[in-house]
Each structure stands twice: as structure tokens, then as C-alpha cells.
Ligand binder design. Structure first.
Ligand SMILES: *Cc1c(COP(=O)(O)O)cnc(C)c1O
Length: 379
């Protein structure tokens, strides 16, 4: 599914030198590399504050802690996402309210958000699933009208642009009140271990969060709030700082691969290729609205699980993200949920399949993968 070795080989000299520099400096925790990477990522994103932390799940949790959400507060998020999103909501004893997604973008459905709002609702967590921004303009409008916080789960979307209806652009993760991301190795900006970060333009919130990641300390050994220990280590920061310089190229390589996949599938009635914002497939040469963390098809009139097996039998890795909607996971069952409200996720879990997607895919691989998929769906 990913080719981390091929990517590493191309930047090996720079990465190795930078890692050795950290080892030699012995500044393993909170060293200068962490600060450098933080500043460079702030500049790249055009956001005032990046607060590095240990992983993307922590980043989400810390963002919610920073906003002062309290047990019982309702947090609306997408039913079709990785479990981390809902896990931290539940862990903080907030009440997750899962809602359906849009069948074209796979992102949280705007009308479903509106329907789910109650007097207890305090926040919305849009997930920029598979690398494309949720409809942030509509979400911010709803949030403003109802006085809600918006926490962007940007673990899959780093580097993507969101384009407003007036043509303005902003990087994903810089639009809501706060955002989280993950530097897990296979993410679009991945380190060689675990890592994550929180973004915000709010100075006060950034200050609060900087204390929370460090045991609730604002002055050494004065613990004003309950915090956690969540740090990005200097070795990972050194690696990320090099990879950040390549992030736009990496995302372009993903888009180029996506374009080739979609071109090969364009006449297939049983294959729905991923598409971006309305009027835009996200894979034109001039825009970055989709950064293809995953390239995910919907297959119609096809036994999806048999297709998975067929691809695997032919030596092609593939993934099903995600096979079970969160509202049907044992840990997150809620008697208030009604199956009729989850028509889209219930359908998607049966139809989706994600093909290999990374920065090193070549034409021969893409041709083999697409031919194998097309043969199966037409057989
Ligand atoms: C990967 C991911 C996370 C969690 O990130 P970790 O660094 O693995 O903790 C959270 N949300 C989404 C949508 C993800 O894809």
C-alpha cells in the first residue's frame, strides 16, 4: 500500500545527517530541531501556532482538553472515519454523536450535522477523509450560528487546500478553531515512528495547549491544569523537517497517480472514482483540493470482498477503509442511533476499496493494478 523504503532512499543522505546531528547533540527531547520544524510547519500552513505532540490521537484529545469541553458535552463527528476520532471524545467522557457522510466526498454530511444539533452540542469534528477537506465553509457557518467549536481532524489531509466559494484558499487544518494531525509513517507527512501536532490561530488556546502537553505546567513544577505527557521527539522532528520540504512534491506525486488511476477507470460503469469538491475532481493540474492520503473507489454490482481477495491473490495490496461504521462498533453503540440515519455509511462500508497510494507508484504498477481491477469488475 505504501513504499516507505523507496521514498527514504531518495532523501537518505539528508535524513541520516540530520538524525546523526540530533544524536550527537543529545538534545533528544524538545531540542532545537523540534522548534525549527514547528516554525517551518507554521510557515507552510499559514497558521499562527503549531504545537507538536506524540501522535495524532493525542493531538485530538489535547485539542478537546484545550477547549475546555466537559463530560456530557455532545460532539458531532462523522460515522465514516478511523476510530481515533470518536475514541478521544468518549475517553474524555464527552458524548460522541455520529452522523452520516456525503456519498461523493465521503466527508461529514452538512444536513446531518444540522439535524444532530441539540442544546448540549459543543463541538463539531470534521475529518478531512482520504485527503480532501470537508465542506468547511458550511461547517463554520453552522458553528457560528450555534456557538460551537470546530476541531479539524487533519490526519489525512495535510497539505490540502480548501477553496472558499469566493475563490480564497486556506490550508486544511487552519480553518476551524483548532486542528490535529498525525505524522504516522504512512500519512502524507509521516515520520519514522509516532508523531502528531495541533494547529490553531488562537493565541490563548495555543498557550493553554502548550501547558496541557507538558503535564499542565505553565511555570516549572506549577501544575495549573490536568495535563498529559505528549511530545514529538527531536529525531522525528529532524526527519519531518526534511520531509516537509518535499511535502508539496509528495502530494503532487499522489495526485499524478490518482489521475492515472481515474483515467484508466473512466469508462467503467461499476467503478466510481473519487472526486473532490463540486465541479472539481481534485486531480487537475492546478489545484490541491485533494492530496490522496488514500485513493478510494466504490465498486458497484461487485462482491467487494472477493475483489480484495482477487487483488491480494495477484500480489496487489489493497485496503478497506473502513469496513464497519463506527455507530455499529461495540464500543460506540448508542440506543439513540437509528439505522435509517446512516444510509450512506452503511452502503460505503460494502463498496469501498482503497488501492495502493504513495509517492513512488510507477506507470507499470498502475497499469497492472487498474487492469486487474477492471477484469474483475467485468467478470
Ligand atoms: C491516523 C489517524 C488518526 C490517528 O493518528 P495516530 O498518529 O495514529 O494517533 C486520527 N484520525 C484519523 C482520521 C487518522 O487517519
Amino acid at each position: 500500500m505504501v513504499d516507505l523504503k523507496g521514498q527514504y532512499t531518495k532523501i537518505k543522505d539528508a535524513v541520516d545527517a540530520s538524525v546523526l546531528e540530533v544524536l550527537d547533540s543529545t538534545a533528544y527531547i524538545n531540542g532545537p530541531k523540534v522548534h525549527e520544524f514547528q516554525k517551518n510547519l507554521e510557515n507552510y500552513l499559514g497558521v499562527k501556532h503549531v504545537i507538536p505532540c506524540a501522535n495524532g490521537t493525542d493531538a485530538l484529545q489535547i485539542a478537546m482538553m484545550g477547549l475546555g469541553l466537559k463530560p456530557g458535552d455532545e460532539v458531532i463527528t462523522a460515522d465514516f472515519t478511523f476510530a481515533a476520532t470518536v475514541e478521544v471524545i468518549a475517553l474524555l467522557q464527552l458524548t460522541p454523536v455520529l452522523v452520516d457522510v456525503d456519498p461523493v466526498t465521503f466527508n461529514i454530511d452538512i444536513d446531518a450535522i444540522k439535524k444532530a444539533i441539540t442544546p448540549k452540542t459543543k463541538a463539531i469534528v470534521p475529518v478531512h477523509l482520504f485527503g480532501m477537506c470537508a465542506n468547511m465553509e458550511a461547517i463554520m457557518e453552522i458553528a457560528e450560528a450555534h456557538n460551537l467549536f470546530v476541531i479539524e481532524d487533519n490526519a489525512q489531509g495535510i497539505g490540502a487546500d480548501y477553496t472558499y466559494s469566493d475563490g480564497r484558499k486556506a490550508k486544511s487544518g487552519t480553518i476551524g478553531h483548532v486542528a490535529s494531525t498525525s505524522f504516522f509513517p504512512s500519512k502524507n507527512l509521516g515520520c519514522y515512528g509516532d508523531g502528531g501536532a495541533i494547529f490553531t490561530n488562537d493565541d490563548d488556546l495555543a498557550h493553554t495547549i502548550r501547558g496541557i502537553v507538558n503535564h499542565g505546567m505553565y511555570i516549572r513544577y506549577h501544575h495549573d491544569v490536568v495535563g498529559v505527557n505528549s511530545r514529538l521527539d527531536s529525531v522525528q522532528a529532524a526527519i519531518l523537517d526534511i520531509k516537509l520540504k518535499n511535502l508539496d512534491d509528495y502530494n503532487k506525486a499522489r495526485q499524478a497517480a490518482a489521475r492515472k488511476y481515474s483515467e484508466a477507470f473512466k469508462d467503467e460503469d461499476n467503478i466510481v472514482t473519487p472526486s473532490g469538491k463540486e465541479q472539481c475532481d481534485g486531480i487537475c493540474d492546478s489545484c490541491d483540493c485533494h492530496v490522496f492520503h488514500q485513493y478510494t473507489l466504490r465498486v458497484l454490482n461487485t462482491d467487494r470482498d472477493a475483489l480484495v481477495k482477487h487483488l491480494n491473490d495477484n500480489g496487489i495490496p489493497c485496503g478497506v477503509y473502513y469496513p464497519i461504521p463506527l455507530h455499529r462498533q461495540k464500543a460506540y453503540l448508542d440506543p439513540r442511533y437509528n439505522e435509517a440515519d446512516f444510509k450512506v455509511t452503511n452502503q460505503l462500508v460494502k463498496e469501498v476499496i482503497s488501492l495502493p497510494m504513495h509517492t513512488e507508484l510507477d506507470d507499470e504498477q498502475i497499469a497492472f493494478i487498474t487492469a486487474t481491477v477492471i477484469n474483475f469488475v467485468n467478470s
